[in-house]
Design a protein around this ligand. Structure first.
Ligand code: NAD
Ligand code: TYD
Length: 343
């Protein structure tokens, strides 16, 4: 791998991955192709953007000629580009279909036409739909996505399979669990809880807060992704899970404990429509390549909370902009009708 094309590298996982690859592979040049939607932020890569082997192209994966032009000369591709928030997909999923389905197709088609050697596509555990610890999802299990977001991601994931089978494209699909860590946009549960708690604002917990999610530290995910890019079996999919599952209410309490804030900041609000109760995967296929997570739940949460405490300028700038209107839409009525925490 000499020149890596990264789509969606200005968001949460993409920016952590670019920083990780540039540190771990000093000979690799990176082209970051990103539309800079509300979730893309050049500040996420301020510390590497002056390096000669880093370049940024402002472009949209839905624009096929732009993707092909920027990918020219690259020998490897990673596609993170996505509309990524389930709650926004419930409001309106048209951008989700455009980016996560059509955009994924455009990235694959450009890689095929340009003879790119390796493609890593970032899918999600949500394509499987709900699962449990006793009945975890394996890579070849059927997809039963339930949210508009998950359906749009399933389309991109299945198109990778079609390109491997039909054109012999060397493509690997990664299906990570919920990531946590620095630079996550504060619409997602953990950065929302942490930043609200710092400001003594309520933590809106959906329903009873009993839904289970893994909490995969983003650096563990990046290590898995680089491993898959370099050593994954082409045409295969790999689950990435740290086995750090906790119900959302425990996550909210952990955030408050770490910040020394009272549990009374928790407010139970109206649940998300079609809320998946739990995702659970078997990640032994990835672990057989030698990967295992280095951050357990407590370490992942400590690192994350510390980062948000130390980077208030980063998230305060986001939360003072368009985010206010989104927050009011999502949470205004729900918080007005919320139920307080009782120990
Ligand atoms: P994010 O929302 O933080 O970042 C998405 C990035 O994609 C942004 O930089 C945005 O500007 C860019 N983008 C959006 N639409 C684009 C388009 N049309 N053209 C080019 N760029 C575009 O997302 P994230 O949390 O970093 O997720 C990255 C990937 O990982 C996504 O594919 C997501 O589905 C997947 N994933 C995320 C998680 C998680 O917990 N965050 C878990 C599993 C899988
Ligand atoms: P989220 O971070 O949106 O990720 P995903 O929907 O991809 O799992 O949500 C994580 C969990 O937290 C999910 O069960 C929904 C819940 N949640 C809340 O309880 N309150 C919130 O304000 C948000 C955004 C999510």
């Amino acid at each position: 791998m000499r020149r890596l094309f990264v789509a969606g590298g200005a968001g949460f996982i993409g920016s952590n991955f670019i920083r990780y690859v540039m540190r771990e592979r000093p000979d690799v040049a990176v082209v970051n192709f990103d539309a800079l939607t509300y979730a893309g932020n050049p500040a996420n890569l301020a510390d590497v953007s002056d390096e000669a082997r880093y370049s940024f192209v402002h472009g949209n994966v839905a624009d096929a000629p732009a993707v092909a032009a920027a990918m020219e000369g690259c020998d490897a591709v990673v596609n993170f580009a996505a509309e990524s928030h389930v709650d926004r997909s419930i409001e309106d999923a048209s951008d989700f279909m455009e980016t996560n389905a059509r955009g994924a197709y455009n990235v694959l088609a450009a890689a095929r036409d340009l003879g790119v050697e390796f493609v890593l596509h970032i899918s999600t555990d949500e394509v499987y739909g709900p699962a449990t610890k006793d009945n975890p999802r394996h890579e070849n299990d059927a997809f039963k996505p339930r949210s508009p977001y998950a359906v749009s991601k399933a389309a991109g994931d299945m198109m990778c399979h079609a390109f491997a089978e039909t054109y012999g494209l060397q493509v690997v699909v990664a299906r990570p669990a919920n990531n946590v860590g620095p630079y996550q946009y504060p619409e997602k549960a953990i950065p929302l809880f942490v930043t609200n708690a710092i400001e003594n604002e309520p933590l809106p917990v959906y329903g009873e807060g009993l839904q289970l999610r893994d909490r995969l530290y983003v650096e563990d995910n990046c290590r898995a992704l680089l491993l898959l890019l370099e050593r994954g079996d082409k045409g295969e999919a790999y689950n990435i899970q740290a086995d750090n599952h906790r119900p959302n209410i425990d996550v909210a309490r952990t955030v408050l404990d770490l910040l020394d804030k009272p549990y009374t900041l928790i407010q139970f609000v109206e649940d998300r429509a079609g809320h998946d109760p739990c995702y659970w995967m078997d990640s032994s296929k990835l672990r057989a390549l030698g990967w295992e997570p280095q951050f357990d739940f407590d370490a992942a949460m400590q690192e994350t909370v510390r980062w948000y405490v130390e980077h208030k300028d980063w998230w305060r700038q986001i939360k003072s902009g368009d985010f206010r209107a989104y927050y009011e839409r999502q949470y205004g009525d729900r918080l007005a009708a919320s139920r307080p925490y009782a120990s």
